[in-house]
Design a protein around this ligand. Structure first.
Ligand SMILES: Nc1ncnc2c1ncn2[C@@H]1O[C@H](COP(=O)(O)OP(=O)(O)O)[C@@H](O)[C@H]1O
Ligand SMILES: [Mg+2]
Length: 456
């Protein structure tokens, strides 16, 4: 609808001045044509005024009259009609009293619009003198009905209006076509959005239409795919977690039932102690689950962290536990300043899970080395290593590898947590085979662009 108004306005804005100038042009054209024919007849008549040439003059006048669609008179110096294109009826009549004839016989050409008493309508009268040797010897008068002129103007305006109407119709048709083309993809996208809102997360929009619409469709699909992934991940997570929590809970229940059933207080105490250990494991797993589920939501501040300092304090934390298992902890740094950009708490938590694995899975009397380089901390052990086909699987939640299942108890969440926390800072955790046996667990992070506070 708005388009129709705009088009109409444009057509009026262009058409009105055009119509005005067109009607002025048509009128001017009619006037100048009348004047031209009058001059032509006057020039011809100068040589044909003698009665002998009357017939020739009549022919000339009739031809000229047809071309101006009017009436042409040739008058002598006294204002009497010599030749009339309309016929012989007025021959000899005196037109001296007509104002234009008076002026022409006085040597002055004129063009006037006036009411004709004989015809009872508006006429355009053009009169020019016939000049011989510098003196007016007669006059030529051209008369045209003004309504004929107006008819010509109307015809021109009607043509213009017709063109305007055609342009309007074409414009509206083109507008309707474009609107339909724009609306169709949007309507389809809306339908898909409604399906997604109703829970169909597999619905995808058609990527079609203009480049903006295509980009909108693609973004919509990316968004839906991401939501689908997140919801599936969440569902799996809840399923995994419930399953993992059920096992220790069942164990706990068995212990308690056993404690209730036995008569011997010492046996009951042993069952209860085992139950408490089971409870501790459960609490630990729950804590890890909470950490994992919240990893993406916390708003921790990043900072420039000095990796050697982090390594040294981790070594202090783990030394008692490592010595208990007969394992030596070592710190290796390659001399260059090693920094990373992350939250120190996240880095320490991730590093702890890697050191815990090294200390757990390596045999006694070996060394676990923590090595630093810019943006990298590695934990290297001399344990059994991880089979290549397991190296990615062990990062999945609750996945315990071959070494895990046969070795010390664990939740299978350690590496998942380490990787989640590292990725939060655009970092990564990877596992590699160590030359000479064992595993290298590598934690890499973006390097800090500023220097850590501790060295500044
Ligand atoms: N340093 C390592 N040496 C050998 N195997 C390892 C090592 N680190 C991790 N693994 C394997 O990866 C699995 C997953 O590790 P993790 O996610 O920390 O869970 P958990 O230690 O509780 O089993 C372990 O069960 C183990 O099989
Ligand atoms: Mg572990």
């Amino acid at each position: 609808m708005a388009l129709a108004y705009v088009l109409l306005l444009a057509i009026i804005a262009l058409g009105v001045p055009l119509a005005v100038s067109l009607s002025a042009r048509v009128k001017a054209e009619v006037r100048s044509q009348a004047r031209g024919q009058a001059d032509l007849v006057a020039a011809t008549a100068e040589d044909l005024l003698a009665p002998a040439f009357r017939r020739r003059l009549q022919t000339v006048v009739e031809t000229a009259a047809r071309s101006v669609r009017g009436r042409i008179l040739v008058l002598d110096a006294g204002g009497r009609v010599l030749v009339d294109s309309a016929g012989p009826a007025q021959l000899g009549a005196s037109y001296e009293a007509r104002p234009e004839i008076e002026s022409a016989l006085g040597g002055q050409p004129v063009q006037v619009q006036r009411a004709s008493r004989t015809l009872g309508q508006e006429i355009l009268a053009t009169a020019v003198p016939i000049v011989h040797n510098g003196r007016p010897v007669g006059a030529v008068r051209v008369t045209q009905s003004v309504s004929a002129v107006n008819d010509a103007v109307h015809r021109a305006l009607l043509g213009l209006g017709g063109i305007g109407a055609v342009v309007l119709a074409l414009g509206l048709a083109a507008g309707a076509l474009i609107a339909a083309q724009v609306a169709r993809p949007m309507r389809r996208l809306e339908r898909v959005a409604r399906r997604v809102a109703d829970g169909d997360l597999e619905a995808r929009a058609e990527v079609e239409g203009s480049s903006e619409q295509r980009s909108l469709g693609a973004s919509f699909n990316d968004m839906t795919a991401r939501i689908e992934r997140l919801i599936h991940a969440q569902r799996d997570f809840v399923a995994d977690a419930s399953h993992q929590l059920r096992t220790p809970l069942t164990g706990l229940r068995l212990r308690l039932e056993e404690a209730k059933a036995v008569d011997d207080p010492a046996a009951a105490a042993a069952e209860i102690n085992a139950g408490i250990a089971e409870l501790d494991r459960l609490a630990h797993t729950v804590e890890e689950l909470l950490l994992l589920s919240r990893a993406g939501e916390r708003q921790l501040q990043g900072e420039a962290v000095e990796l050697d300092e982090v390594a040294a304090s981790a070594l202090d934390r783990w030394r008692p536990m490592a010595e208990n298992r007969g394992i030596t902890l070592a710190h290796e740094h390659n001399g260059t300043e090693a920094t990373a950009w992350c939250a120190r708490a996240d880095l320490e938590r991730a590093l702890d899970t890697l050191i815990e694995n090294g200390v757990h899975y390596a045999p006694a009397d070996t060394t676990v080395t923590i090595a630093t380089a810019p943006g990298v901390i590695e934990v290297r052990d001399r344990g059994p290593g991880i089979a290549p086909e397991e190296r990615e699987l062990v990062f999945e939640r609750f996945h315990r590898g071959r070494t895990g299942r046969t070795g010390p108890s664990g939740s299978g969440l350690g590496l998942a947590i380490a990787r989640e926390l590292a990725r939060e800072w655009n970092g990564e955790v990877t596992l590699e085979e160590r030359g000479g046996g064992g595993t290298i667990a590598r934690l890499s992070l973006p390097q800090a662009l500023t220097r850590p506070k501790s060295i500044r």
